[in-house]
Design a protein around this ligand. Structure first.
Ligand code: MLT
Length: 409
């Protein structure tokens, strides 16, 4: 008899975005004449930039000729891409990360979800609330929690509420975690962490032999000076932090798939006898067993964002989305909404009026304005009463959507 992984039975409802997709498909089927504007899942809408596309085509053509054809590549990514990442995303900014510490993958969703494979079931995980739901769902799947309680919290996870009162930045937990998920710029609130804030976490992790799992998928959207783009800008972080970055939102790769995880050799975790082990070696062991590498043309396309033209083109696309975010923030504020984020992140986090629940607001906005957003409660109980709009949309749609929201009853 085949037995299931019963931890999956603890999971509440479906994964957030397919659940939204299901409701939206139902709405569209019942209202085929309505033009629905999608600002829910953070999925890019602008095409790949010319430099990326050119490199992508060249990579495909190389695969069509015997002399340049490539079969399996290195599981951790081609040296040319890892070197380009290390030089441009880190070394050029004074951060000493070698290409060797970079492991290329097909997405940060997979990496932030899979990373728990290499950590024991007894680890205590700290997670912000609200936050990207992959962290908690995969913690449940890996068997590190008990059941979900009535308040929406799983037994065994250390939750760190991020509220208006604490400026959506979590306080240090009272119970000591072994692994700490942090996400900056934050999904969903769009807030960022200052150097002081991150130093607080790095110092805490060093003092407690914890590891920070730092999701920096939105770092390219940071516009304000002085905000760290990498946790490795903080002294000592190389001993205690793993950083996840992605080409998805940075360069429009949500459908093309390429990302990377940085694990400095200095990051150690311990066996039950207290012996230190290299986390990078364990992750490489997992990665090379379960993954055969991102396709060559995709890696070649990703490397093109580091050429002078590629950099300029990608910056323009990011500026486009950030301008969308500005329009959204200002339009919503004008009609009396309290709005957060959208300055250093592609997400605008809105407080619902009259204490309306997140899903009620979702239904209202979908039914009356035919706009899809994401209910804040889908990111955790502390997101209740909030709503997230994604700035990944065409400009005309953004303007039309804001007009429709203005006319909501
Ligand atoms: C989001 O909308 O939160 C993200 O697009 C989801 C993801 O990156 O997987």
């Amino acid at each position: 008899m085949a037995l299931i992984n019963e931890h999956y039975l603890k999971l509440q409802a479906g994964y957030l975005f397919p659940e939204i997709g299901r409701r939206v498909s139902e709405f569209i089927a019942a209202n085929p004449d309505k033009k629905v504007i999608k600002m829910g899942i953070g999925d890019v809408t602008q095409p790949l930039v010319p430099s990326v596309l050119k490199a992508f085509h060249e990579g495909v053509d190389e695969q069509g000729q015997e002399a340049s054809f490539k079969g399996y590549g290195p599981e951790q990514g081609y040296e040319f891409l890892r070197k380009a990442i290390a030089e441009n995303s880190y070394q050029a900014k004074g951060i000493d990360i070698p290409a060797d510490d970079i492991i290329v993958s097909d997405g940060s969703k997979c990496d932030t979800g899979n990373i728990q494979d290499i950590f024991g079931a007894d680890n205590k995980i700290a997670i912000c609330d609200p936050v990207y739901p992959v962290y908690s769902d995969t913690t449940v799947m890996s068997g590190k929690t008990g059941a979900c309680q009535e308040n929406g919290y799983y037994d065994g996870i250390i939750y760190m509420p991020c509220t208006e009162e604490n400026g959506f930045t979590p306080d240090l937990p009272t119970e000591r975690p072994d692994l700490i998920f942090l996400c900056y710029p934050n999904n969903p609130t769009g807030t960022v962490a200052s150097k002081e804030e991150l130093k607080k976490w790095v110092d805490y992790a060093r003092a407690n032999k914890s590891i920070i799992l730092y999701d920096a998928a939105y770092e390219a959207f940071i516009t304000e000076d002085g905000i760290p783009r990498s946790i490795y800008e903080i002294e000592g972080a190389k001993e205690v932090a793993i950083e996840f970055r992605s080409f998805s939102k940075t360069a429009g790769f949500t459908g093309t798939r390429c990302a990377y995880t940085v694990i400095p050799e200095e990051v150690k975790a311990y066996d039950s006898e207290g012996n230190a082990h290299s986390v990078k070696k364990l992750w490489m062991r997992r990665h090379s067993t379960k993954f055969n590498g991102v396709s060559y043309p995709v890696q070649k396309a990703a490397a093109a964002i580091y050429t002078p033209e590629g950099k300029k083109e990608v910056e323009e696309v990011i500026a486009y989305y950030l301008e969308n975010a500005r329009i959204m923030r200002e339009s919503l504020a004008e009609i009396g909404y309290i709005v957060y984020g959208g300055v250093n992140a592609p997400y605008v986090w809105v407080k619902n009026k009259n204490n309306m629940s997140s899903w009620d607001f979702f239904d209202k906005v979908l039914n009356e304005a035919n706009i899809v957003g994401t209910p804040g409660s889908g990111f955790g109980p502390a997101g209740e009463g909030y709503f997230r709009f994604s700035a990944f949309a065409g400009r005309e749609n953004v303007i039309e959507a804001m007009g429709r929201i203005k006319n909501l009853s």
